[in-house]
Design a binder for this molecule. Structure first.
Ligand code: MFK
Length: 175
C-alpha cells in the first residue's frame, strides 16, 4: 500500500496526525477498500451511528450493497434524504483510493428519483466521470433489486494535500 503521510510536518491534534500517518492507499489489484477511518460516519466500523458502508472496486469505479434501517428514517418507511446524501458522499470518498490522492467534497448534488426504502437492499455505484487537474467530477447511482435507478448524484471533489487535514485554521471560500 502507498503511504499518504510522507509530507506530515506536524499537527496540533495527535489523533489527526495518527490518522494521516496510518492512511494507506490499497494496491490497485485489491478489490476490498478500507474504511476512511474507524469512526467515519459513512464507513467506520466503530461508529454506532454510522452506515458501515462496505465498498469494493468495480472496474474503474466502486460499488457497494447497502440497506438503510430505522436509524435513518425520514418519512415513515423511507430513508431520510440526508442519510442518503451521507452514504453517497462517503461512496464518492472511496474513489480517492482509485486515484491514489487525498480529496474532499466541494460540491454534491442529488436527484431523489424515487423513495429509498428502509430495510431494502440497494446497489450503489460510483465512478470518476472526468478529471481536470485537482478537480474530480464524480457520478453515482443507487439502484433497487429490480434494476431501477432511484437516486443519482454528481459531485466535485478537490484533491488536497495532507496539510488540509492538519491545519485548524481553515477559512471559508466564496465563489
Ligand atoms: C482523504 C480522506 C477522506 C475522508 C473521508 C471522505 C468522506 C467523504 C467526503 C467528505 O465528506 S469531505 C468533507 C466535506 N468537505 C469539506 O469539508 C471541504 C470543505 N471545503 C474546503 O476545504 C475547500 O473549499 C476546498 C479544499 C475543497 C477547496 O478550496 P481551494 O481553495 O483549494 O479550491 P477553490 O475553492 O479555489 O476551487 C478550486 C477550483 O474548483 C473550482 N470549483 C469550486 N467549486 C466549484 C463548483 N461548485 N463547481 C465547479 N467548479 C468549482 C474553482 O472555480 C477552482 O477552479 P480553478 O482552479 O480552475 O480556478
Amino acid at each position: 500500500m502507498g503511504k499518504a503521510s510522507d509530507a506530515v510536518s506536524g499537527s496540533s491534534d495527535p489523533d489527526v496526525e495518527d490518522w494521516v500517518r496510518s492512511f494507506r492507499f490499497p494496491e490497485s489489484g485489491s478489490p476490498e477498500l478500507p474504511p476512511h477511518h474507524p469512526n467515519c460516519l459513512g464507513c467506520g466500523p466503530a461508529n454506532p451511528h454510522g452506515h458501515r458502508l462496505s465498498v469494493r472496486r468495480c472496474g474503474d469505479g466502486v460499488h457497494a450493497h447497502h440497506r438503510f434501517d430505522s436509524r435513518h428514517v425520514g418519512a415513515p418507511t423511507i430513508a431520510h434524504g440526508g442519510a442518503v446524501a451521507t452514504v453517497l458522499d462517503d461512496l464518492f470518498g472511496f474513489l480517492l483510493y482509485t486515484v491514489g490522492e487525498l480529496a474532499v467534497t466541494r460540491h454534491l448534488a442529488i436527484d431523489y428519483l424515487a423513495p429509498v426504502l428502509l430495510d431494502t437492499p440497494y446497489t450503489l455505484r460510483a465512478h470518476i466521470h472526468a478529471r481536470d487537474g485537482r478537480k474530480l467530477h464524480l457520478r453515482a447511482t443507487i439502484e433497487n433489486d429490480h434494476a431501477h435507478v432511484v437516486t443519482t448524484a454528481t459531485a466535485l471533489f478537490l484533491i488536497v494535500d495532507i496539510d488540509h487535514f492538519l491545519t485548524t485554521t481553515h477559512q471559508p471560500h466564496h465563489r
